[in-house]
Every structure is written in C-alpha cells, then in structure tokens.
Design a protein around this ligand. Structure first.
Ligand SMILES: [Zn+2]
Length: 306
C-alpha cells in the first residue's frame, strides 16, 4: 500500500469523527443541525456569568511557584449561554453541601489548600431560577469543562432531567478512576454519585453544540487530561473564549505561568499559548478564577459584557 492510500485512510477516520459529532449535536432535543441553521436567520447569542462563592487559597496554587504563601481569594465562576430560545450551561460551580459542611464534604487536605466560602443561595439551580427564571430541566445541554469540585460540583442539579451533559471522553475516564479510588482530591467522588441518573455524553474533540459555530466546545488539555473550553460567538461584541481552568488568571496567559495544579505542565502551557494568540485576534479569553478580572464584570441577570 502506498503512503497516499494510508493517508486517505486517516482522513476518512477524521471525517467519521466529525460526522459522529454532528450526529451527537442532533441527539439533544432541540439542538440544531448545520443544514437547518444555514437556512434560518442567525440565532441571537448572549452569555450570562455567575459567581458561586470564593475559594480562600494561596497564589502558588494558581500560578505555579509564584509569590508562594500569599493569600489569594478567588471567585468560582460558571456561565449560561442563551442561543435563540435555547439555554446551555458551561460548568455548575460547587455542590450545595459546600455551603453546609465544607470540610466534611471536600475533606481537610482539600480545604487546607482551597477553603470555600459559599452561601446556600449560590447553588447552580437557585441562581438560574433567581436571575434568569429558568430551571436545570429547561436547558438544552450542559457542557462541563472538567470534573473538578468547583466546576462539576452541582451536576446533581440535572438528576432525572434527561438534559445531556457533555464531557470530553478522557475526562470521563479520569472521573471514573477518581470515583473508584474513593479518595477526595480535586475530584470529589460524592459529586458523581448521581452519574447513573444523568444523561452523560462523551465528546472526543470539537463539539459544535448548535451546528452553527456559535457555541463550540474544544479540548484544552493540560490542567486535566480531558479539559475543554467553550467558544461563544456572541451576537454583539467580541467572541468569548470561556477558558475555565485552562487559564485560571490573565497572568497565567500573559507570563506563560502553568497552573499550580496540572496533569501535564507542557500541555497546560500549550493551551495558554493558544489563548494568547486568540487574544491577539481580539477574542475575549475569560479566566475562571482571576479576582481582578472578575471584579469589574457584570453578573446575571445582566448580559455578560466587557
Ligand atoms: Zn480545575
């Protein structure tokens, strides 16, 4: 067989993956396909930001080997995107138990590094109801950046709703191992007790949620193996890159400082380099935990703008 043929074989596989993802986007109720979207007027796309309390931590846990021992109070953030009449969540914040018994629920070693301060009313579903008038069952999908406690903590809010919840495939494998170990780390096994009552979907690559390239999940491995970020092409203003923990703070990107907690440091740097170039082409790269950045940003019910 010639090299040419084997290359064509590879391309065929790549195409098959894309088709699978296209089919995946049609699985969720109401998620539109490309052909349909092309013949319809473009959907209005807006983002809404939420803060689910803070973590009292130290600088080196976010910026590797930087200003070691300096106290750093960081927000826990998540987003909801409106696409026409459809809603999609990106992350969920902490589990409700974090407001009631932080040390018992996350464990002392975890809270020694990241002490959460969260109120009951900051739970995902309570904030959605209060600020947007919607419930988890009203969402078309949830995209979860990764399984860490402050991002996937409230996936139990989707129990019994049937709403598809999308993780990268390799993140689901990491979560499975973490649950089997029974150990509380940045993955809390109790957060995933409800997995069997959730409509979990695996993505392997890029996922164009509505088939019109406005809301697109893409892999940004490094912080965790299956980490993903979200492009939101808003109807007005710069496109947003919701980096999640692939970029904790703007300083991580600006000075190429890897995250304090990383599955693979070189890959976490590669993600930061890509974000830097996205910033050059005038995308707004949104850090998950940067207190200075978030100080000035409007929260729901206001539309996210900058
Ligand atoms: Zn994380």
């Amino acid at each position: 067989m010639s090299d040419g043929l084997s290359r064509r074989g590879f391309l065929k596989i790549a195409a098959a993956t894309a088709v699978t993802l296209g089919a995946e986007s049609a699985v969720g109720p109401g998620l539109r396909r490309t052909a349909q979207a092309a013949s319809q007027p473009a959907a209005d796309v807006k983002a809404y930001a939420f803060v689910c309390g803070i973590l009292k931590t130290q600088t080196q846990y976010l910026l590797k080997d930087t200003r070691v021992g300096s106290p750093f109070d960081i927000p826990v953030t998540f987003f909801v995107v409106r696409h026409g009449n459809d809603w999609v969540a990106f992350d969920t914040g902490n589990n409700a138990m974090v407001a009631k018994d932080p040390v018992g629920y996350w464990s002392k070693p975890v809270t020694d590094a990241y002490y959460p301060v969260m109120k009951d009313y900051e739970e995902f579903h309570i904030q959605l109801k209060k600020h947007l008038g919607i419930e988890p069952k009203d969402l078309k999908a949830a995209i979860i950046s990764h399984g860490h406690l402050d991002h996937a903590g409230a996936i139990d809010n989707f129990k019994g709703t049937g709403v598809p919840i999308y993780f990268q495939k390799s993140e689901l494998e990491t979560i499975k191992k973490a649950v089997e170990s029974g150990k509380k780390t940045a993955y809390i096994p109790e957060d995933f007790k409800v997995m069997k009552d959730l409509n979990i979907k695996a993505i392997d690559g890029v996922f164009d949620v509505f088939g019109d390239k406005t809301v697109v999940a893409f892999p940004t491995p490094g912080h965790t193996e299956g980490h993903q970020s979200l492009l939101v092409k808003r109807s007005g203003g710069k496109p947003l890159i919701l980096a999640a923990d692939a970029m904790y703070t703007v300083e991580n990107m600006r000075d190429a400082i890897p995250p304090g907690l990383a599955w693979d440091i070189p890959r976490s740097l590669t993600a930061l380099y890509v974000f830097k170039v996205m910033d050059y082409i005038d995308a707004e790269v949104v850090p998950s935990h940067d207190p200075d950045y978030w100080k000035t940003k409007p929260l729901a019910p206001q539309v996210y703008s900058m």
